[in-house]
Design a protein around this ligand. Sequence first.
Ligand code: EPU
Length: 439
Amino acid sequence: MKNESFKIQGLDRKRVLNGSITISGAKNAVLKAIAASVLFDDTVTLSDVPYTEDVKKIIKLLEESGSKIDISKLNDGKIITIDNSSFKNTNLNKELTQSMRASVVLTGPILAKHGKVSFSVPGGCVIGSRPIDLFINGYKKMGVEIVEQDDTYIMTAKDGRLHGAEIFFNFQTVGGTETLMMAAVLAKGKTILKNCAMEPEIVSVAEYLNSCGAKINGAGTTTITIEGVDKLNSNGNIYNTLPDRIETGSYLILGALCADNLRVEKCNPQHIESLTSLLIESGIKLDIGKDYIEIKNNSITDLNKLKSFNVRTHEYPGFPTDLQSPIVTYLTQVNGESTVFESIFEDRFRFTQNLIKLGAKITNMNSREILIHGNSHLNNMGGENLDAFDIRAGFASIIASLVAKGESIINNVYYIDRGYENILENLNRLGAKIERIKN
Ligand code: EPU
């Protein structure tokens, strides 16, 4: 898998793709819901599970610890069930934890339920240093003793059970908010988390836990209060994964540049207003319904008539860092200059090398900000190979390759497979010509 590439035929700025895309369940929600299953005494059922590489990995991590996970109903409502009654190994597999940042989220539920966990420093996409200090500070306040040995953290709840605490996050951290919120569900007493992230994925997991007996208040705001309970039972309640807002936004940006008509279905338009408002301002005509967004007769307006705009990435509900690379690609095509400021991760502009190889004009202002000169006619007649860099940069490279003239090869598409289900099938159905090749 790691050495596969995509071969993509460019459309030379013609907006000819047509059709519809059905959005999957959100990867970044289901990973947390799978982690949350550790808190339960009984079997947990999840639906609309996107079976991406990251999801396969977290399933494997749990299985290594003794969990029994049934994926036989994936073809039927994308359902999986998780039975953690024989979960016993609290030493998380080193290789798997190091290959996926989201593995750190498992530590909260494991500590809450089993009083101890050991794991290696998590890795994942190369987009910045991604420390875990905010998790560590929070755990210490909840009564956890932490020993660091080489690259492994050994954590033990001093009284055998976590206790409630008041925790202020110095940054709004998505994973930190989710993890400490889940840890607090089975802690003794009350936990107050302040300066929390407000992403819809956090709300979705909190609502599910509450439907099963947890006492979480304020998810979706900056202060979350959790009254610890003694146990959690699903009693057959199913976790329905909410639509993936980043997948929604990724296809909308791709459609804005490459499609005439594109209907993005089974999405939640309210979760992606930070993007749709900019696209509309830029001149893209969108029909926005309750659970769909449609780009209509897009090829009527020339690309160079679309307006540029400036972007600053921000925690939800602001413009998501995960759509920064696709939107930079968009801005290379429209009229005028724009600046993009990356406020969340300190190293998320590496992919611009790909765009520059294809002829985009981008100036680095500093490590956090770039200036884009629009209306570039990208071309890959020189046969440049592109690198996926990370999940979202990988998607941005697909957009750039489709817009460009000529054929492009994107290497390391393993990254793309981590976050986008059935991507080739989806795009080829719209009329693109993309194939997977083994190197
Ligand atoms: N941070 C710290 N210390 C910590 C935790 C975070 O300094 O202990 C910093 C990070 O280094 C970063 C900022 O806080 O600069 C925000 O990071 P956050 O913790 O919010 O990110 P995350 O939980 O690791 C999730 C998504 C990312 C997405 C970010 C921001 C998952 C599995 N991952 O990561 O998604 O970019 O939130 O929205 O939910 C992706 O899907 O491609 C992806 C990278």
